[in-house]
Design a protein around this ligand. Structure first.
Ligand code: CTP
Length: 415
């Protein structure tokens, strides 16, 4: 299953996009439709919502709380615009972001396929020719319009190909992309990278647990960056807000102790372990089989906590114990969520944690109410146990992930 954003712009051929949407859905894909406002003159939002099963918006000012253009752009595996009018080609080429569709185009790192449709004169106009060339130079895949009957009496190049043809072209394109990704040499080709992600949950009774605010976004971004670098990725998912990325070898865990088992298994034989999961340091000492009720006791309940294993520290101790004959990864990357306080700053705490945990690299990030957890942005400093210069990265979690994976590739290359 892929997450596809289907952009629809204002051409008479917009109705063909409804059939294309059905083909995507029948193939099992999740589709979010983003029509331009003008295209609603041809096909209304109700059609898109009913056929896709998802809400439909045209402006960045709708569903503002979800920051739709960023979310849709970042979550997408593929953006398809059909029909793409001369106007949308021009706005995309200029990098404009004056509606949800063009905003999403700027926010996505996913491949983009456009199927232009317009009158022959507009298609052949030097402005459109230049815009198409610009888009192609940026990697946008443009499906050549068909030659045939256009709106009205005229005919020529500019007709939107039939939905089946667009569907076939998109499927071929996805296959080519996958092949070039898996066969591409990439800095981590032939390497196995184990990545833990998300937050653990420690059950208290059948309905309650102690959890944390980790969304898994950074771990997902790391997995995508490692895949893009050619690695085989073993992904150990605790609780996450989003599905695990495609193309990974997936295992799941709920509690810290389950995660410890899953991480150890995935780490064996791997070249790198990246521990981005937020692991609960403590769990309730006792799990109560039936829901704890108010009526059980009139006193305020007291929850006693006991320590969870420190997965990272134990794995590193285990690696040392096994010595040269062992198969635990030579490169272990920890994550440190730090807030800093009056006594020491975020980086000082990070340096102390790097020494304490004994890992080779530590990605230190500042956390707080509105920082890091559940957001798309992150600011980190990567510290190295061998004393190499720290590396800073600030921006989207994708950018941070690419920087961490670069550092990992560098460290493996040096080793
Ligand atoms: N970690 C782990 N097992 C735990 C707790 C943390 O493996 N029980 C890992 C995390 O995945 C992360 C790193 O250790 O890679 C640091 O986690 P963090 O919670 O920031 O640090 P703690 O060791 O828990 O230290 P403290 O809470 O004292 O800051």
């Amino acid at each position: 299953m892929k997450r596809i954003v289907l952009g629809v712009s204002a051409g008479i051929a917009a109705y063909k996009a409804a059939l294309l949407l059905r083909l995507f859905k029948e193939a099992g894909h999740h589709v979010d439709v983003i029509p331009t406002i003008a295209s609603l003159q041809f096909v209304g939002a109700a059609t898109w919502e009913a056929l896709s099963g998802n809400p439909v918006h045209t402006s960045v000012f709708e569903a503002v709380d979800t920051v739709n253009h960023v979310r849709l752009g970042q979550e997408a595996d593929l953006v398809v615009i059909a029909p793409a009018t001369a106007d949308v080609l021009a706005r995309a080429a200029a990098g404009m972001a004056n509606d949800l569709l063009t905003g999403t185009l700027l926010a996505t790192g996913a491949p983009v396929v456009m199927a232009p449709a317009m009158h022959t004169e507009m298609w052949e106009h030097p402005a459109t020719v230049a815009n198409v060339a610009t888009l192609r130079s940026r990697g946008v895949h443009i499906i050549e319009p068909a030659v045939g009957r256009l709106t009205g009496k005229d005919s020529g190049a500019g007709r939107l190909p039939d939905p089946e043809e667009i569907f076939a072209a998109v499927s071929r394109y996805l296959e080519d992309e996958a092949t070039s990704r898996s066969s591409g040499p990439g800095p981590l080709a032939g390497k196995i990278v184990a990545i833990s992600a998300g937050g653990t949950r420690e059950p208290l009774d059948p309905v309650r647990y102690l959890g944390n605010r980790s969304s898994g976004r950074q771990g997902i971004a790391l997995a995508k960056a490692a895949l893009a670098a050619g690695a085989t990725v073993r992904f150990i998912a605790a609780h996450m807000d989003l599905p695990a990325p495609e193309g990974v070898e997936l295992s799941t865990a709920s509690t810290a102790r389950q995660l410890q088992g899953a991480v150890t298994e995935a780490a064996r034989g791997a070249d790198v372990l990246i521990m981005s999961a937020a692991v609960a340091d403590f769990r309730p000492a006792e799990y109560v089989d039936a829901k704890i009720k108010k009526s059980d006791d009139h006193a305020d309940p007291v929850i006693t906590l006991v320590r969870n294993p420190d997965i990272l520290a134990m794995l590193i101790a285990q690696r040392a114990a096994e010595g040269r004959s062992g198969d635990l990864p030579p490169l272990v990357v920890g994550f440190a969520a730090e807030t800093g306080d009056a006594e020491a700053g975020v980086l000082e705490y990070g340096a102390a944690k790097l020494a304490r945990k004994g890992c080779e690299m530590l990605v230190v990030n500042e956390v707080g109410e509105n920082l890091t957890f559940g957001t798309d942005e992150n600011t980190v400093t990567i510290l190295f146990a061998d004393g190499a210069q720290p590396v800073h990265a600030s921006g989207s979690k994708d950018l941070v992930a690419a920087t961490v994976i670069d550092a990992v590739a560098g460290a493996l290359g040096d080793g």
